[in-house]
Design a protein around this ligand. Sequence first.
Ligand SMILES: [Zn+2]
Length: 249
Amino acid sequence: MAIVAHPDDIEFGCAGTVAKWTRRGTHVVYVVVTSGNIGTHDPAYTTETLAAAREKEQRAAAAICGVTEVEFLGYHDGEVMPSLELRKDLVRIIRKHKPDVVISMDPTMMWGGSNYINHPDHRAVAIATLDAIAPVASMPLMYPELGAPHRVREVWIQWTEKPDMWVDISETIDLKMQALAQHKTQVGSDTVEGLRHWALEAGKGLAPAETFKVMMLVPREEKVEQRVDTTHEQELASREKTTQSAGSD
Ligand SMILES: [Zn+2]
């Protein structure tokens, strides 16, 4: 699951990684907190028509990366706060879809480099997302009306200045660019082409990459052990079957 503030945040941030995951059979859901309804200088749009256009663009971008489920929470663009209301909405979504991994934005990022002040909606969504994941979504006495508690195993923070995970997106950089190009109300061909350059820069010139700070809230070994257990059980069951059929002969 990827939780972001605006349509296009995923395409700039993690779409190459998402496309890799969906190609390998992972089910991914996008959660977009606002529909980017103030993101234009074009007087032809109202906030309603722009939101509709941007939701359509986001769904088209998602489809290119193998994602068919997109949840829009309908918050007003530019005014998102890390409120209890948003935290609760995200707990509802997390308990509904039960993701193993959540990709979030970086709540600590006030600026990037020396020419970009991070959008307040990005920080607000990131704070609410992390607060929803830990501990609220996993606590049975918090919002019992929102469904069974759920533990998210890993959080991957995109657009961070201090990454510790580099994902090689050589095989999906073209899909990432195609996905970003769907956001016609936002980007031109120069920006789309710029993605290739930024991805290479992120990959230190070795390969196009996306970078993350990864937190493992549930150790991966736990998952491996579970897998081993299942295989072991299956083996036992098949041995039992063989023994039974051998006995009946
Ligand atoms: Zn954004």
